[in-house]
Design a binder for this molecule. Sequence first.
Ligand code: NDP
Length: 302
Amino acid sequence: MTERAEVRIDGKAFAERVRARVAEQVAVLRGRHGIVPGLAVVLVGDDPASEIYVRNKGKQTEAAGMQSLQIRLPADTDEATLLAAVNDLNGDRRVNGILVQLPLPSQIDTERVIAAIDPAKDVDGFHPINVGRLMSGGEALVPCTPLGCMMMLQDRLGDLGGLEAVVVGRSNIVGKPMAALLLKANCTVTVAHSRTRDLPGVCRRADILVAATGRPEMIRGDWIKPGAMVIDVGINRIAGADGKNRLVGDVAYAEAVEVAGGITPVPGGVGPMTIACLLQNTLTATCRQHGIDPADLGAGSG
Ligand code: NDP
């Protein structure tokens, strides 16, 4: 029983440790260099889920000792107005990180907006320059969700070199950057998707299995190699037996936890790490903009 409990990877507790370490480093940055990192979040429209994310991001940014700036624009904002707002933030010295909350309303071209963000301030890591740097091994800002997954994997496994990793899902925000990070960490990487043949067989090869499909509980216990590390990125809302909605991942947790060596639950796994990594990225971006090595701020650099 105790052994099985250790299989569960507590993303909430891990995220708290990351946030605490970032806060310590921010305090050193402020004390030693007089620099307070600033994160600007732009929200267009009033989507309730986005509202909650933006509010949480603001609270956690301030709790880490950083400055939080929120720019709220109406749902009918045109692209030129949003691009002008991004441009102002690019030139604002108080702002070290810029995040435009997605999805954007349909009248706005998301790719054009992402491309307008200064790559040095692109804390979501979605700008083509950061995507290219990640692929070519350069100094990129890395998308927050895969970064959080890597932190949890390295914490449990240490060196990932030589391990078989299977990433199910090939989106630009999760699957592809996740695969690039695993490759950089010297894993042998397979990226599976909706056209993959014999997905259960491909998954069974994995020492590290990352699920990012948005298909509730698609990955079953008998698809998992005994002892494998399973990172479940999926967040799916389904109706429970009692008629109430509940959140589940892309992995059938109750089955998988009996087989895996480690597994992130949903909720409480990857989700909390995403905002923690946003704070980490804001600190990283601030340090790079000022030519400071984050390792010199003590408490490790993540
Ligand atoms: P997308 O919808 O952009 O991508 C889904 C991927 O899964 C696609 O590559 C698709 O393949 C693949 N896929 C879909 N069905 C199957 C199938 N039956 N077999 C194999 N592959 C399949 O999703 P995202 O990457 O944006 O998100 C994935 C999940 O992660 C969602 O549940 C989302 O809510 C969650 N998420 C969680 C975050 C967090 O903070 N925890 C952050 C971001 C996302 P193909 O390309 O062939 O269509």
